[in-house]
Design a protein. Structure first.
Length: 559
């Protein structure tokens, strides 16, 4: 699908003067990201924590701390009830570790995706009550568990909900609810991940006099925040940058072993390694089996156990990749046969693995630039994962269909739902109507943002030092992209196990650079002699040799 390239205008003269002292290319990059003053730019580049983010400014934290401290004093057993994705697992591990340090009787609980589904469930609550649990703290779930919260109350359980997902129209009746998206909550950072909220609660429990001891928790915060695609701006950016420093000197045996199994060097770790290497492995356990392997890996200090668990997660991840590929191919055939012009893509089948449908939906959404739903149809219920584009808030669309749904929730770009089979057809029809109303008049093509056009001879090694100041990059704080035009292709070949990637060399007549275009091997047979490229400028390290290369995001024939 053809993509639109957006190249911003040159920064105004007054901004150029205000940012004097920074290199010219960096000034343009800063202006593109909304920084037009020297102080604002410096705050961004230093990843400062924004003002007003004291944990006690979050509504619900103060009563939660008092209740937890009371439980510790009276030796009450506490359960941390998490989610089976990387965000939920890291958040669970974080609070279990902190409460252990504080002398609590604490255990982690992660529901099984296939037997229990997402979030709180009454059976688990009853089971925990039978084990003597009187205090449950949720992480990364619970904000839409209204009936389950009432069940906990009837059981005599005090429930503290910490969840970053969008609340529904009714807030659960719990002992305390921690969610910056609550109506009326004045906490300035609305987009903390579940593990970010767990960290804020942990900091409030630890207190200012032991604040330094919270720093070594930031490796978990970085892992969960990046893996959950929380935007890397504001406090998230500050937390992840600090967490990456902890990850580069890993103290947790489990993380050190997982890096080894993934082929990563700790001192080279960046946000992309979390998003594409470590995060998928932590997620893989909960997608194919139980997430306890990932939780135990983060908590263990035993070298042998860590080695076994990290190899297990690596194996799960390879299996997950193959299952995702097969589901994507099958779902793609279904949606093309149904209506290739549909503005909402939907595929459901009883054979689809419920743990992987979200990944397949992401691939469809990326390939066709349409909101996509892939579902597993069971005997009574259909459970679906949804992925969407910026023009379509998928959770708000599901909110308009709440009367048909058993459960639903999520973000603007990702959501999930459960529906009884007899309501599936009506639900899809209604969602398609909403999609047609909101998307029907729009030019639905992916947009790629560039920072500026550059000739190749301006790509110098020192530029990489300036680009490092923008780290961590990722969702919400995109990597720097350049455009270079009319480049002659001097060499090209397909690479990768299945030839799906394109490797080439390009020249502007004065300088030549190697380039890699992942998942663009289809260009090989039709590659023009001259191309325009939109790319990242980066170093490539292979077999101990370090070189400069272009990481190509899109290719267009030169006009």
């Amino acid at each position: 699908m053809e993509k639109r390239w957006i190249i911003p205008p040159r920064l105004p003269l007054e901004v150029d003067h205000a940012l004097h002292g920074y290199p010219p290319i960096l000034r343009q990059i800063l202006y593109n990201r909304g920084y037009a003053t020297h102080e604002g730019a410096r705050s961004f580049l230093e990843a400062r924590t924004p003002p007003g983010t004291d944990p006690l400014n979050l509504s619900g934290v103060a009563p939660a701390v008092e209740r937890i401290q009371s439980a510790i004093r009276h030796a009450e057993p506490i359960a941390i009830y998490g989610d089976y994705d990387a965000d939920g697992v890291t958040a669970t591990a974080l609070l279990v570790e902190v409460l252990n340090r504080l002398g609590a009787d604490v255990r982690g609980y992660i529901p099984n995706r296939f037997d229990e589904g997402y979030g709180l469930n009454n059976e688990a609550l009853s089971s925990l009550r039978d084990q003597g649990i009187r205090l449950i703290i949720t992480v990364d779930c619970g904000i839409r568990s209204v009936s389950e919260a009432e069940h906990a109350r009837q059981l005599g359980i005090d429930l503290i909900i910490s969840d970053h997902h969008h609340p529904g129209p009714e807030i659960p009746h719990a002992f305390a609810v921690i969610n910056p998206k609550l109506p009326g909550d004045t906490f300035p950072e609305k987009d903390l991940a579940g593990v970010g909220l767990a960290y804020k609660l942990a900091c409030a429990l630890i207190g200012d006099d032991q604040a330094e001891s919270s720093t070594d928790l930031l490796d978990l915060v970085a892992l969960g925040t990046v893996a959950d695609m929380a935007p890397l701006v504001g406090e998230n950016r500050a937390l992840v940058r600090a967490g990456l420093e902890v990850l580069r000197r890993p103290r947790r045996q489990g993380i050190r072993s997982l890096m080894g199994a993934s082929g990563l060097m700790p001192d080279k770790i960046n946000a992309s390694h979390i998003g594409f290497v470590l995060g998928p492995r932590l997620n893989a356990a909960g997608r194919l089996d139980t997430a306890l392997a990932a939780l135990n890996l983060l908590l263990t200090s035993d070298l042998g156990e860590a080695g076994i668990l990290s190899q297990q997660l690596d194996m799960y991840n390879r299996e997950r990749q193959e299952i995702t590929r097969l589901i994507q191919e099958s779902a793609e055939q279904m949606v093309l046969a149904d209506d290739p012009q549909a503005l909402l893509l939907v595929a459901a089948h009883s054979d689809f693995n419920a743990g992987v449908v979200g990944l397949a939906a992401s691939r469809l959404c990326e390939k066709y630039y349409r909101p996509s739903i892939i579902a597993t149809r069971g005997e009574e219920f259909t459970r679906a994962s949804c992925r969407s584009i910026p023009e379509f808030h998928i959770t708000q669309a599901l909110d308009q269909c709440a009367d048909l749904l058993e459960h639903h929730g999520g973000h603007a770009a990702a959501a999930g739902f459960t529906v009884v089979n007899e309501n599936v057809d009506e639900l899809i029809a209604r969602l398609r109507l909403i999609a047609n109303q909101e998307l029907g008049e729009l030019d639905l093509r992916p947009v790629l943002q560039s920072d500026m056009e550059l000739p190749l001879n301006e790509l110098k090694p020192e530029l990489l030092n300036y680009l490092d100041w923008l780290q961590p990059t990722g969702y919400g704080n995109r990597a720097v992209h350049f455009v270079s035009r009319n480049l002659r292709v001097t060499r090209s070949q397909a690479v990768g196990r299945d030839g799906s990637h394109l490797k080439m060399s390009v020249s502007d007549g004065r300088i030549t650079y190697d380039a890699i275009a992942f998942r663009q091997g289809h260009w090989l047979d039709d590659l023009p002699t001259h191309v325009d490229l939109l790319y990242e400028f980066e170093t490539n390290e292979y077999n101990g040799r370090v070189s400069l290369q272009l990481n190509v995001r899109d290719i267009k024939p030169s006009s």
